[in-house]
Structure formats: structure tokens, C-alpha cells
Design a protein around this ligand. Sequence first.
Ligand code: UDP
Length: 335
Amino acid sequence: MLLQSGVDPVHSRKILVTGGAGYIGSHTVRLLLKQGHDVVVVDNLSKGYRHNVPEGRLRELDLTDTAALASLMGEHGTEAVIHFAAFIAVGESMREPERYFANNVSGSLSLLTAMLQAGVKHIVFSSTAAVYGNPASSPIAETFPIQPVNPYGESKVMVETMLRWFDQIHGVTSVCLRYFNASGADPDGGLGEEHEPETHLIPLLLRAVMTGKPVTVFGADYDTPDGTCIRDYIHVNDLAQAHILAVEHLSGGGASDQFNVGTGTGHTVMEMIHAVETVTGKKVPYTVGPRREGDPPGLVAASDKLRSRLGWSPEFADLRTIVQHAWNFAIARKA
Ligand code: UDP
């Protein structure tokens, strides 16, 4: 029997998503619902937005409330957790590391404790390419040394480490997805990137086009073809799909693992500016400033492992499509 959505109910799973009111979380929730899963979102709305979560799905809870999380999992019958909720600003983590260890590490420990209490055995964790620090070469494979260079990256490594022990000791299996540069927006509209303050390149370039206020290019003297930094921009829906494949892997008895999530292709900041100009038909006002502290020259994922083991492949790898979707969202937000 098929549901109206065309999803086989046998594969419909009960999934609890933390941070589902945020950028990547909300896109993943939408995709999970589209694919027929039963989703409950936990978010304290410290960074996320209520309007990102479909009616009736949101539980306004803090990750530190272990007892409430465990009882929610029990009521919902949660089979797997996807854990996004975290602080993400590298610069802020260099000024206030305590907030990152409290929210990202203690929050995750509370969540894992609740999972033990409720008997939930699978978790997909939002990790980051920042676990690799400043790698000696690119593309970056999962086997590269783990050597974060800021408390944000360190907080993610600490959670990855806890997950390893929770598997060995408690049999909780996990997939850690190490994201490269999440970007774009759902082509269906209504969801997109809205950080406060915004630090990410694409929304800042689009904002510069809209306001006429120049954006600063952080360094044009790197050893790259045009002197600006190279990053691997991955469409947020493709990132979301990786989480769903990871849940399926774990629910089907797959072992704990770590995967990079990127397209495998890098673009410089100047290429991004040109892509924004092509999509918007307007010049991006910019100035070249000094390098940003801690920015590695190139971060590109080797994503073969995700492709071969989980059968993932990006649907929106084309840069212009990514920028177009982000632009559609920016225009709709302004309207
Ligand atoms: N960048 C820039 N100006 C900005 C913001 C970002 O030149 O105002 C550059 C940054 O140095 C990096 C790339 O754009 O090379 C992507 O930065 P972002 O903060 O979006 O993501 P990150 O790679 O730091 O996770």
C-alpha cells in the first residue's frame, strides 16, 4: 500500500529533529515530511525561527532538559534523532568558547542521555569540515587528521568522540556528517538562510546587491588561481537528503560512520561574485580587505565515501542553481 504522497508506509519512520527551526534543520524537516516520515522538532528558538516549522511539529524545549526530551521521545516513539541544534559562529567561539562547550557539548550529552533513557538507538549528527582545521591539502578525505583550530570545531570533535563511546558502550549507532559550505534554499520557497548576524558569503553578496553597500572580500593574496579562498558550496537540499540516507543506513542496521558532505568541486570568492552577478543581473559592490583570521585557502570535500556507501549524489551541484535559489529566497523575504 502506498500513501497519497507515494511513500511506502513500511519505511515511514519516527524521527526527532533538534534545531529543526534553523537553516539546515528546517530544510531537512521539510524533506522528511515530503518523504512520509513522522517528525517532531525540538528547538529553543534561540537562533531558529518558528515560521520555519510546519504547524503542530514544534516543541519549544532546551537541550539541557534531559527529562523532557526523554519523555517526548517516549510519547513520540522516536526511532532516530537528527541533531542540528548548535551554535555555529567560528569567530564568536574564539571569544566565548564557554558558550560553545556548554551549548554544543553539554547540550549533546543531555540529548544522548535522554536517548539512553528512552531507548533510542540511532543518531545523525551535524558535524563540520572545521574538524579538519587547516588541512595540508585538498580535497579532504574522512581519513585526514582531526585537528580543529577553533572552539567551534573542537566542540564538534568532542561530540563525535562521545558518539564513538556511546556506540561501544551503549550500542547507540551514529552517523557524523561533516558539512562543507551549506548554501542555497529550497526551490519550493519559504525556507532559506537567515542568520543573525549573517556571516556567510552568499547571503552577504545578495545583500550587497540589494542594498548597494559593499561586501568585503577577505583576502585576495592566497595561493589560488585568482587569489581568493576556495570553498565547496553544497545545496542545502542535497545536504538534507544526506541526513535521510544516513537515518536509513542506521535503521537498516548499518554501522556508525563519518562522511564528508560536499560536491567535490571548489569555487573561489571571485567566482561566487560572478555567479551572483550572472543570476541577479547586477554588479556586486565589493572591496578587498585583509584575510580573515583562521580562513584556510581551500576547503573541498572528497565526497566519494558518501556517494559509494550511502548512494548519495547531489541534485543541485551547479553553482548558478544554488545562487538562483538563494536569490529567490532573498527577494521573497524582502517582499
Ligand atoms: N568571505 C568573504 N567575505 C565575507 C564573508 C565570507 O570574503 O564577508 C569568504 C570567506 O573568507 C571564505 C568564503 O567567503 O573564503 C566562505 O565564507 P563563509 O563565512 O560563508 O563560510 P566558511 O567557509 O567560513 O564556513
